[in-house]
Design a binder for this molecule. Structure first.
Ligand code: GDP
Ligand code: ZN
Length: 459
């Protein structure tokens, strides 16, 4: 049980227009009230309210700072405790004076590095992978790393690991039942069942580890394929997005023979754009190579931008392509809306959700912002997560996933050579525990301390 109240400067010292002191613990409000003079009585103030006033030294009566004070009562706060944030004007001197006064006057101690986040974890507010993502957030410099950390912070990795553990618990329960009722035919069924379930779990762990090995998103961004028949405006779109004229734009169909790649950041989300040759059957050998590459690009894509020309009726190739795109993360772009609409859009609307269809005129640069909006919505809602979006970022995750995988492999091998299932059960249980350690479910105190000591002060 946490009893004391802690405080620290939670903004980077010396930077920015304002500085924030964060106070957390059971006495956060009463202790802050001792040095705060305001029209409002913060002792009885509601949660999530902001109060204007002055920091006054209660001994000398001297006014130290003009501040804004925010109250967030637990559990609706970052730490799940009562939290007070004091915003002062920037400057190291001002913020230090307020903090010193608070520590001197009240029953408040200075927070250890990472202690706020540690409390959030200990109070069940966040799990360990989320806590680690906060570390990454603090450290990340680029937008990309920020997006990844954010994604993880939302608990993507923990969600997957929890699902894995859930499957293993079911398996353990199954084995348990079998140990209690060991009829022979049930036992052999269980061996097959154990192999299958352990195999599935291993596959999932491999997928997670693959993202770590490739550093997939961090290095490459979301692999985005621009597909559609020749001349619908794919290269023009790529160019508009990149705002450089690297891809060749022409009136002759099929000029983009190879796959062209560009890296862009759209609303903070890193995309690796692939412009593909028109995907269609063709007799032209050179183009066929391009088409092959397009197919590969399409298979590997995390996101597909499917371009149609509204000035032409739907083509047989469009229908084939739509068939291939079924169930994939797709944004449909109805391009050339500056020209008369000939295309029967109802056929498209029947196949794709309305919020994934964007009307566009690349030529007039209309609709590009809307496209940006759709992509960020998909990204942050996790719709783009299906193709390996989970990012395993640190050595501890990799190590524990590797150990869990080994335990599951041991379980499968033991099953194969007929080792009794109560022994096999131990390996499955070990895997479950190792995955639990990853999300902080069964971690030793020393490990928790080690992780949280990595934080900057005030986080
Ligand atoms: P791709 O073969 O799909 O890559 O198509 P391109 O990008 O090479 O474009 C084919 C032709 O369509 C070019 O002449 C473009 O200028 C033209 N085009 C592209 N977007 C638009 C648009 O929004 N409106 C109109 N009117 N023409 C466009
Ligand atoms: Zn093109």
């Amino acid at each position: 049980m946490i009893q004391d109240t802690i405080a620290a400067i939670s903004t980077a010292v010396g930077e920015g227009g304002i500085a924030i002191i964060r106070v957390s613990g059971p006495d956060a409000v009463t202790e802050s009230a001792k040095i705060f003079r305001s029209k409002s009585d913060i002792g009885t103030a509601a949660s999530h309210t902001v109060h204007y006033g002055h920091i006054v030294d209660p001994v000398s009566g001297e006014t130290v700072e003009e501040i804004l004070l925010t109250i967030m009562r637990g559990p609706r706060s970052f730490t799940a405790e009562d939290v007070v944030e004091v915003s002062t004007h920037g400057g190291v001197v001002a913020v230090k004076r307020v903090l010193e006064l608070l520590l001197r006057t009240g029953n408040v101690r200075i927070a250890e590095p990472g202690e706020f986040t540690k409390r959030a974890f200990l109070n069940g507010r966040i799990d360990l992978t989320q806590a680690e993502a906060v570390i990454d957030l603090i450290r990340s410099k680029s937008d990309r790393a920020f997006s990844i950390a954010m994604k993880q912070s939302e608990g993507m990795l923990s969600k997957k690991v929890k699902a894995l553990r859930h499957g293993l618990i079911e398996l353990l329960a199954h084995i348990e039942v079998n140990i209690d009722y060991p009829e022979h035919d049930v036992a052999s069924m269980t061996s097959a069942y154990i192999r299958e379930r352990c195999g599935e779990a291993c596959d999932e762990i491999n997928r997670l580890l693959k993202t770590a090995a490739e550093g997939k998103i961090l290095r490459e961004g979301i692999v985005t394929a621009i597909v559609g028949r020749p001349n619908v405006g794919k290269s023009s779109l790529l160019n508009a997005l990149v705002q450089e004229n690297k891809a060749i734009v022409t009136d002759i169909p099929g000029t983009t023979r190879d796959v062209i790649e560009e890296y862009i950041t759209l609303g903070g989300i890193p995309l690796r754009l692939l412009d593909t040759a028109g995907i269609r059957e063709t007799a032209d050998v050179v183009e066929r190579i391009g088409v092959e590459r397009s197919r590969t690009a399409l298979e590997e894509a995390d996101l597909i931008l499917f371009v149609l020309n509204v000035n032409e009726p739907l083509h047989q190739d469009d229908l084939l392509l739509m068939e291939q795109l079924r169930g994939r993360p797709v944004v449909v772009l109805l391009n050339k809306t500056d020209l008369p609409t000939v295309l029967d859009t109802s056929a498209v609307e029947a196949l794709f959700p309305a919020d994934a269809i964007v009307k566009l005129s690349v030529l007039h640069e209309h609709g590009l912002e809307e496209l940006e909006g759709v992509i960020s919505r998909m990204f942050f809602s996790g719709e783009l997560e299906s193709a390996d979006m989970t990012y395993v970022s640190n050595v501890r995750h990799i190590t524990l996933l590797g150990l869990a995988k080994q335990s599951l492999t041991d379980a499968m091998e033991s099953t194969d050579i007929g080792i009794p299932i109560d022994i096999v059960q131990i390996d499955v249980r070990t895997a479950w525990e190792q995955l639990g350690e990853l999300i902080g479910d069964s971690v030793a105190d020393s490990l928790i301390d080690q992780i949280f000591s990595q934080f900057c002060l005030g986080k």
